[in-house]
Design a protein around this ligand. Structure first.
Ligand code: SF4
Length: 239
């Protein structure tokens, strides 16, 4: 059984439950990808710059120089926080991150005044092709921030696409954001209630899967980028 859920775990689960089993139940470590390593390094560089640990803005963040300068100033003035790890229990009440049912991580939160705040997510890579996924992330960030801060009347969520100089922003009132809570809950509980984790091999999910044949991983159900499968395993899947 899976005890806690996050947005990325939900997406993995909806694409292929077997992948979630390999990662979170069997705890088989994923091969680190170059893109993931790069993303981690850039997030760390951004954090260090905003905290004032490094003086010069790293090259990879320069397209957002104005925004980072403003964020650094807000952080210095104690009007912004970084790298939030937020936990919620099954009743969506804020709780300890480690023992939480739902976990949300936010890169930065800026408190504009007593009733308004901005949540920022630093993105590496493109927005193109990720619009639905990132749109849902925006909704979940909004819900999480508003539940943690009952004093807020509205919330703005900004996605900073650091590589491509693109900023996506959405502002929601409390009522608009919390409308998404029930639909999310229906999906999220599927993850923590699941007792079966069948594979869902297809060229789209398997293409980037760390356990798939394209990456030389452990999954024997996976489909290669040309669409071919290991037939004896594939047939077993249907009994
Ligand atoms: S390779 Fe495909 S079938 Fe196997 S775990 Fe990954 S997504 Fe699922």
């Amino acid at each position: 059984m899976i005890r806690s859920v996050s947005y990325s775990k939900l997406i993995d689960f909806e694409q292929c439950k077997y992948r979630v089993k390999l990662k979170h139940i069997d705890k088989i470590p994923e091969e680190k990808s170059e893109a993931a390593d790069r993303g981690t390094k850039i997030h760390l560089a951004a954090e260090n710059y905003v905290r004032g640990k490094i003086k010069q803005l790293p090259q990879e963040l320069r397209k957002f120089a104005t925004e980072f300068e403003a964020l650094r100033a807000r952080y210095k003035a104690k009007q912004a926080s970084l790298e939030g790890e937020w936990g919620f229990n099954h009743a969506w009440e804020p709780c300890d991150y480690k023992h939480a049912w739902l976990r949300v991580k936010a890169d930065a939160v800026i408190h504009l005044d007593t009733t308004s705040a901005v949540v920022v997510d630093f993105k590496t890579g493109k927005s193109f092709g990720n619009e639905i996924k990132h749109g849902e992330q925006v909704q979940l960030y909004a819900i999480a921030t508003l539940l943690r801060h009952p004093e807020l009347a509205d919330i703005t969520v900004e996605l900073w696409y650091l590589d491509v100089d693109q900023l996506v922003t959405r502002t929601m009132t409390r009522a608009q954001a919390l409308r998404h809570l029930q639909p999310f809950e229906k999906r999220l509980v599927q993850v923590t209630k699941a007792t079966e984790f069948p594979a869902n091999p297809n060229i789209f999910s398997c293409k980037w899967c760390a356990y798939g044949p394209n990456k030389g991983g452990q999954c024997t159900f996976g489909v290669t980028s040309t669409g071919s499968v290991n037939l004896s395993n594939y047939r077993k899947r249907f009994g």
